[in-house]
Design a protein around this ligand. Structure first.
Ligand SMILES: CC(C)(COP(=O)(O)OP(=O)(O)OC[C@H]1O[C@@H](n2cnc3c(N)ncnc32)[C@H](O)[C@@H]1O)[C@@H](O)C(=O)NCCC(=O)NCCS
Ligand SMILES: Nc1ncnc2c1ncn2[C@@H]1O[C@H](COP(=O)(O)OP(=O)(O)OP(=O)(O)O)[C@@H](O)[C@H]1O
Length: 197
């Protein structure tokens, strides 16, 4: 039987950092951000639908998605974000659950699904256990500003599009505190893995 872990947190809380530690332990991972890129590849159904909704301005000269431009649109205008979510979330969900079921059919013992919007888009009942990677609001804001080269106002707007981390922590089975060093986080991940096995 496959044990399915849902890994989540808030934007820039450290999900990818935790995923890297899991990959180093050869744990199979399904990343919703990766799937979200696959469903909008050049000439895909997803990209065609986005162009119909937002216009050709969201494309780069080579016909691929201009992610920076679309990000600026959807993180600042709620209506546009809702439209994007309505187009992409069903495509992402279909692929995520199909791949999860393939892993189950192969009897892989452990599968981690990294899903930034796990609670917001109702994946809680699709996994066996939920791990939340948490940071304080101050640390989150600073790391997001640094990583994406955003102003405080831009980063705050992005954070506001997701549930507050405290709300997610309440619903978690396990909380990984990523306020400290990456090494301290790695130790928590390894301790959790030990308990699992
Ligand atoms: C808007 C896009 C093109 C911006 O691309 P970009 O390369 O700059 O960012 P990336 O894809 O790496 O996402 C970074 C983070 O933003 C957050 N995020 C992404 N989409 C959303 C959304 N619709 N609502 C709230 N937060 C979001 C997540 O925490 C994600 O980890 C891209 O994020 C996207 O296609 N989003 C829609 C798909 C989606 O909802 N993905 C989340 C997976 S469940
Ligand atoms: N413990 C840490 N100490 C210092 N920097 C960190 C730590 N954890 C993560 N970071 C940095 O913070 C930023 C956000 O981390 P990461 O990309 O892992 O978050 P994420 O939750 O995957 O983000 P997103 O939701 O945007 O996909 C990155 O630049 C990362 O290198």
């Amino acid at each position: 039987m496959t044990k399915v872990i849902g890994l989540t947190g808030s934007i820039a809380s450290g999900k990818s950092t935790v995923s890297e530690f899991l990959k180093a332990q050869h744990i199979p991972l399904l990343d919703a951000d990766v799937i979200a890129r696959e469903v909008v590849e050049k000439e895909s159904e997803g990209l065609q639908k986005l162009v119909l909704a937002f216009g050709k301005e969201i494309l780069q000269a080579d016909g691929t998605l201009n992610r920076k431009k679309l990000g600026q649109l959807i993180f600042n205008q709620e209506e546009k974000r809702k439209t994007l979510n309505q187009i992409l979330h069903p495509l992402i969900r279909e692929a995520m659950l199909r791949k999860r079921d393939e892993a189950k059919a192969q009897n892989i013992p452990l599968l981690v699904m990294d899903i930034p919007l796990l609670f917001e888009t109702n994946y809680a009942d699709e996994v066996d256990e939920i791990v939340v990677v948490a940071v304080s609001p101050t640390v989150q804001l600073q790391r997001l500003m640094d990583r994406n080269q955003l102003s405080q106002a831009e980063a705050t707007a992005r954070i506001a599009t997701q549930w507050p981390i405290t709300q997610k922590m309440v619903l978690a089975d396990v909380v990984i505190d990523n306020n400290g060093t990456k090494e301290e986080t790695r130790e928590q991940v390894e301790a959790w893995l030990k308990k699992l096995s």
